[in-house]
Structures are given as C-alpha cells and as structure tokens.
Design a protein around this ligand. Structure first.
Ligand SMILES: [Zn+2]
Length: 376
C-alpha cells in the first residue's frame, strides 16, 4: 500500500493535497473520509484515461438523415458529465452534415457510451438518488449523495429524477392488464432447488392506509382508504442450530394496489406466474373470507390451488356469527367460540362447520364457505 501511495504521489502530482490530508488525518473517521476522496480522484483519473483512449482512434461517421451524405468532423469538443465519482471531463470529435442540413451535430463516442446529447448527470447517479429518496426526504438524499460523490446535488434535482423515473412506472402500473395477460408470459424468478418444490402460498387482504386529502399538499387530516395487498411465498424449511426444522416463508413477494379487487387479481396472477406457479405441484390460496377475495380465488385459483380461510379471520367471523346466533355476548356464545377456536386451531373444523350450517339455516342464509373452503 505504501508503494502504491509513493507511485501515486510520483505519477500524479494533482493528488498531492488529498494524500497529505490522508496522511495527516488524526482520527479513523477523518482518515476514511480522506481515503474516500482519494479513491474518487483516482477513479476519475482512470475513467478519464479510458475515455481519452476511446476518443483517439479514427471516427466512423454516420450518414446525414436528411440528405444521406456522410457526416464530417467539425473538430474536437469538450464533454462534461457529473458522475458518482465526481465531475468527469474528456474531449471527443463531433461532426455535421457537409451539405449544411439543419440536422444536429453528432458525437459517435457519446452514442457508443449511451450518453444523451443534453448535459445530464451520469446514469448511475440518478437511480441512486431515487433509491435514497424512497427512504429519506429529498433534501437528505441530496446531502448524502453529494457527500458520497463530491458533486453538488440539489434537492430539486433529486425530486426531478424521482418524477422522471416515476412517470414510466405509473404508466406501467396503469397499463391495461388484459393486454399484459394476453402477451408473453412473465419470466420466472430463479429459485433454489429446495424452494422450487416447496408449496407456493398466496394470500390477499385489505389494509387501511392514510393518504393526504389533496394530492401534493401536505396539509389536512389524513384520509384513510383501503389498499389491497397480495403476498406470495414458498413454505420452505430452516434448520436451527439445535437441528430442528422450522417452517420459513421465503422469498416473500408483495403486490399492492390502491384500486379495486380486479386490479389486484391481475397483478397477483402475474406475480404467481413469476413465482413459478405453472411448475408447482401444491399451490395454496389463503384468504380472509371477504366476498371480493373469495371471488378472486374462485376465478383464478380454484383450478389448481387449495383454498384456505385463514385462522384469525375465521375465528373473528365465528365470534361475530356466534354473538348474533346466541343472542349477544352471552356466556354460551363465549363457550361455543372457545370450543370452535380450539377445534379450528387443531385442524378439526367439521363440528364447527356443522354448527355453522345449522345457525345459517335458522337465519335462512346461504353458506358459500361450506363446500369450497377449508379453514387453516
Ligand atoms: Zn445533410
């Protein structure tokens, strides 16, 4: 490391100041920050050297899109880009149509590097800014990004990056799903061999989320709306240090919509395909028993999945029904619910379902759960 430090000192005098700061840093945090600055300076030199080497060979000029004549060089022009390792600068040839057409000047090296004509930050800086802005306010994201890259990043820039990345994502989200369903099937996520043969669990429920009363305005009392959430996971096993195998859900995939059950249904179906539904022997559809979610499984999953009513919602519904059936929160209702909960918990729903059917018969109501669903 000391040899490398000496060689850097001798070969690149412009990094002298950073090397001195590093050598004189009294504490470990200051030493690491100084080393980070040095790493950025070195990375910048390396990238600029590669770009200069790529700009050196003769340029292959494209034809003018208007008249078809081969473009000609108009000389060498400087290009500057803000990047994760700081501002980068290099020279490259630019060309124009020799016939004087009104086409823009071209820079073949920019095209080869995937750079847009406008002077924008380098493409790796923007996703990082967007990812940070998901977790923290944009001003904090801009500060962190500026500190890590040595480039002055404004909160407004991070906000604009988020908007630019969000528009295509929103367009994809609101794309007509029947068209997606009729298109090519989604690519399956790679899974470890042990997980690929494990049962695939799919569940759906509604959750209340607080939203701002007016879009884009931070003022006002939050308005609570129901969002629909679907969860997909494999029922895998994990061996503990004592040798016991305990069930573990992995990997977990979530789809969520702020919309109706049809919007969730299409997304859940797509995600199920991505999670290898077509090649899984056992698929389990877990539901809270609400009508919409019930219909979702009937329309999409009954052909290949076992439907389960989740224990907690089942118990909740039993208590509501028992309270109505046995005239309120009476001792008898509590006793029946305790007995029913115990039987459901231990996989013996038959007696419970028989009582349930009797109660519905007394009230003259149909029981859609009786034949289709088991409680789990
Ligand atoms: Zn031309």
């Amino acid at each position: 490391m000391l040899c490398l430090s000496d060689s850097i000192r001798a070969d690149a005098p412009c990094v002298q100041r950073v090397l001195c700061t590093m050598a004189e840093a009294p504490t470990l945090p200051e030493l690491i920050l100084a080393a980070w600055s040095l790493a950025r300076v070195l990375a910048r030199h390396l990238v600029e050297a590669v770009l200069a080497a790529r700009a050196r060979p003769p340029t292959s000029w494209p034809c003018c899109p208007q008249c078809g004549a081969g473009m000609r060089s108009k000389g060498v022009v400087k290009r500057q880009v803000l990047s994760l390792v700081g501002p980068l600068q290099w020279q490259r040839r630019v060309g124009r149509c020799p016939q004087g057409c009104a086409t823009a000047q071209v820079a073949p090296l920019d095209d080869a590097l995937g750079l847009p004509p406008q002077p924008r930050p380098s493409a790796e800086l923007q996703p990082l800014g967007c990812a940070l802005a998901v977790c923290v306010p944009v001003a904090t994201a801009a500060t962190w990004l500026g500190g890590a890259s040595g480039v002055a990043v404004s909160p407004r820039a991070v906000w604009a990056w988020g908007q630019a990345a969000g528009q295509p994502a929103m367009a994809q989200l609101h794309a007509p799903w029947p068209a997606v369903a009729e298109g090519p099937l989604p690519t399956e996520d790679p899974l470890a061999a042990a997980l690929a043969v494990a049962p695939l669990l799919m569940g759906a429920d509604g959750v209340m989320v607080p939203l701002r009363p007016e879009g884009g305005q931070p003022r006002g009392t939050p308005a609570w709306h129901e969002g629909k959430v679907g969860v997909l996971a494999r029922l895998g096993g994990h061996r503990t240090r004592t040798g016991h195998v305990v069930p573990r859900l992995q990997p977990r995939r979530v789809v969520a919509v702020f919309g109706d059950i049809a919007a969730l249904q299409a997304r859940l179906w797509c995600e199920a395909l991505r999670q290898g539904r077509r090649h899984t022997a056992q698929v389990v559809g877990l539901s809270d028993g609400a009508r919409g979610r019930w219909r979702l499984f009937e329309e999409r999953l009954t052909a290949y999945a076992t439907g389960l009513w989740d224990f907690y919602h089942a118990v909740q519904q039993r208590w509501k029904r028992a309270a109505a059936w046995l005239e309120g929160r009476t001792t008898q209702a509590r006793r029946w619910c305790g007995w029913a909960r115990h039987r459901l918990r231990h996989g013996q729903p038959d007696g419970v379902l028989a009582d349930w059917a009797d109660a519905l018969e007394i009230e003259g109501l149909p029981d859609p759960a009786r034949d289709t669903w088991r409680t789990g």
